[in-house]
Design a protein around this ligand. Structure first.
Ligand SMILES: *Cc1c(COP(=O)(O)O)cnc(C)c1O
Length: 218
């Protein structure tokens, strides 16, 4: 990663936002650092970037405390499936959780947040392509899950999706944006290395970019 790569991605986000008559500052670039060691992450931190995502609690606990110490102001987002028995650890480590997808996890997170008096922003992950192998709440179950979250006092910032691979992502992004609008939610976590500009034109507030910043994962 060079700081040129970071600037180039930021410029592409800004251009897509401007085309859609949106403000570039309303799109947060989340650098997905999963699998990459601290040495690969530090150039981004040195360039001033502070928002990162990981997909595993254990890897985050091993990698990030020292980096956080060295670079104040880091914001960490969880983007990988979360088991309810790891909810307390996730609440302690992360500043945002993008993978809320079932009532048992809503309950576990709400309990962990109350106990820790720490309230990371949550996104409900929607299984937008109705794919059996993927995490995320079914579209039909979304209203009930949002209601359960409200009842439990879980702070829901928005919706997140991972569209089906190898197909045009735009219709799925547009559908997620509509679901968020219908639910009165502002946050839209959508768009990755191959499709973030499309996601930004369709309203993404958070894009999750790994390989375009760090190169391919092993
Ligand atoms: C790995 C991952 C990303 C980043 O993917 P790239 O294609 O490397 O940008 C984004 N979102 C989720 C949920 C991921 O697991």
């Amino acid at each position: 990663m060079t700081s040129d790569t970071l600037s180039e991605i930021q410029a592409r986000i800004a251009k897509a936002a401007t085309i859609a008559d949106r403000r570039p500052a309303d799109v947060t670039l989340i650098a997905v650092s999963k699998t990459h060691p601290a040495e690969a992450i530090e150039p981004l931190l040195r360039a001033g970037h502070r928002v990162f995502a990981e997909n595993r609690v254990a890897e985050t606990a091993a990698k990030w405390p020292a980096l956080r110490e060295a670079y104040p102001g880091v914001e960490l987002h969880l983007i990988g499936q979360l088991q309810s028995n790891k909810a307390a650890e996730a609440v302690a480590l992360f500043d945002a959780i993008h993978v809320v997808d079932r009532p048992s996890l809503v309950a576990a997170l709400a309990k962990a947040m109350d106990a820790a008096d720490r309230h990371p922003a949550c996104f409900v992950q929607v299984n937008i392509g109705d794919e059996p192998q993927k995490g995320g709440c079914a579209i039909a179950d979304l209203p009930a899950l949002l209601e359960a979250s409200r009842d439990a006092g879980l702070p829901i910032a928005g919706l997140m999706c991972l569209p089906p691979a190898d197909t045009e992502a735009a219709p799925y992004f547009a559908l997620l944006a509509k679901l968020a609008r219908d639910a009165g939610l502002e946050g839209l976590s959508m768009g990755m290395s191959d499709d973030f500009e499309t996601a930004v034109t369709l309203g993404a507030t958070h894009v999750r970019i790994g390989s375009a910043l760090f190169g391919a994962r092993a």
